[in-house]
Design a binder for this molecule. Structure first.
Ligand code: FAD
Length: 387
């Protein structure tokens, strides 16, 4: 069987970042990157919104990846009342296809073998030589000393081993890219409410020139009896009746987080494959880039490990690093999420009415919390996990 040092499964943000980190630490490793598709030649199921600070921390940003800079988030309560939150740090709507194809090109130039259009069907357990076999839907398997699984939420690789092989709290999302959308271009727009998106939210993320990505994500516990396509249709008819739909897409978001193994000897999970997404905002691009970076470092350490004891320590250190970076916060958010989903619509309506009376530059998270504390105890009770 043909062998290499490392196989990376998935040319999404997590896999590409892992490859960049690994090859920046050592240029002499043989690394193979596999994806079942050419991701940048397909519509990427994503609204492409990121906070500037985290994104810039996670990757060296090329200005060509930025579609728009946004400075506000408009939150709409179930009754339509809008609270506008201005973020001095701003955010970006990015062009993921461009970013991913640029990063893949960078890896290719560093000597990474990139194979697109091939699906990984299995990763074996580690053998006596400390290697794992990666099997494909076509062609010969490949053996590697380390496999980085950055395959997103649904490939279920590592099944049967004591690792997070499946997504926690997988939520369905349905969205459209549309033109003729009458929404401010310098803001992202978030709508909540039992009728709009039970247990989740609807979003409108502008793309410039009147185009926007408009979608709905619904809570896993609230999806029963809900037709998500109808939900999006109703939302569009009510709020953006002039929108001209280019295409519809479906996707799913792993929105839960628990403590548990995300690495074993010879197998490291990152990005959505490691449930790295923020459970409440459902943002996962920056998180995938960050966890991919950590996975790349852990892979290099594993390749240099002198014995099994050291390898186990590297797995534990990788998990700890993720916990410190985002995991501990995600644990709290995952707990708060269910409680927030249980807050009645009228509480959000009242909270929004109170906050919308403030000018947008005065709406801070502290203000939201302070006002809620005195007037809307059910919201505060739901947010107790964040404290
Ligand atoms: C509708 C929707 C909207 C979203 N909007 C946002 C947003 O605005 N902002 C944000 O930050 N996050 C958003 N997210 C989340 C974000 O898209 C993910 O968290 C992010 O893509 C995770 O990156 P990743 O590299 O871990 O996985 P992915 O981007 O899913 O990449 C995984 C790659 O692995 C490949 N692959 C899968 N299985 C196999 C296999 N068996 N063999 C070989 N290759 C395989 C796939 O083709 C894919 O290219 C959204 C998600 C959805 C579904």
């Amino acid at each position: 069987m043909r062998g290499c040092d490392a196989v990376i499964i998935g040319a999404g943000p997590a896999g590409l970042r892992a490859g960049l980190r690994l090859t920046s630490i050592s240029s002499s490793l043989s690394v193979s990157l596999i994806d079942r598709y050419v991701p940048w030649e397909r519509p990427i199921p994503c609204a492409e919104g990121v906070g500037r600070l985290g994104f810039e921390e996670a990757i060296e940003v090329d200005p060509a990846w930025i579609r728009l800079v946004v400075s506000r988030a408009n939150f709409y309560a179930p009754n339509g009342a809008c609270v506008s939150y201005t973020d001095a740090n701003k955010g970006f709507i990015i062009d993921r296809a461009r970013m991913q194809s640029d990063l893949a090109e960078k890896l290719r130039k560093r000597g990474v073998e990139i194979t697109l259009g091939v699906k990984v069907v299995r990763v074996s357990r580690v053998d006596k030589e400390g290697r794992r076999a990666v099997s494909f839907d076509k062609g010969e398997p490949l053996s590697a000393r380390v496999v980085i699984d950055a395959s997103g939420p649904v490939a279920l690789l590592g099944r049967g081993e004591s690792i997070c092989w499946k997504p926690y709290d997988l939520e369905p999302a349905y969205f459209a890219v549309a033109d003729g959308v009458d929404a401010a271009d310098d803001a992202v727009h978030i709508y909540v409410g039992g009728k709009v998106a039970p247990g989740g939210y609807a979003w409108v993320f502008p793309r410039g020139g009147g185009a926007a990505n408009i979608g709905v994500v619904v809570g896993r516990n609230q999806i029963k009896g809900v037709n998500i396509r109808e939900l999006l249709g109703d939302f569009l008819t009510k709020n953006y009746p002039k929108a001209k739909i280019r295409t519809y897409f479906a996707g799913c978001i792993p929105c839960g987080y628990r403590r548990g193994n995300i690495a074993l000897p010879g197998l490291i999970k990152c990005g959505d494959a490691a449930n790295a997404t923020n459970p409440i905002s459902r943002a996962g691009i920056t998180e995938a880039l960050m966890s991919g970076g950590l996975a790349g470092s852990a892979a290099f350490d594993m390749l240099s490990a002198e014995n099994g004891k050291r390898t186990k320590k590297i797995c534990a250190d990788y998990e700890k690093a993720w916990l410190e970076k985002r995991g501990a916060r995600h644990l709290k958010l995952a707990k708060a999420k269910d409680s927030l989903a249980g807050v009645p619509d009228e509480d959000y309506n009242m909270a929004a009415q109170t906050l919308s009376a403030l000018s947008s530059d005065k709406v801070s998270m502290a203000k939201i919390f302070g006002l809620s504390l005195s007037r809307f105890p059910r919201i505060v009770w739901a947010m107790r996990h964040l404290m």
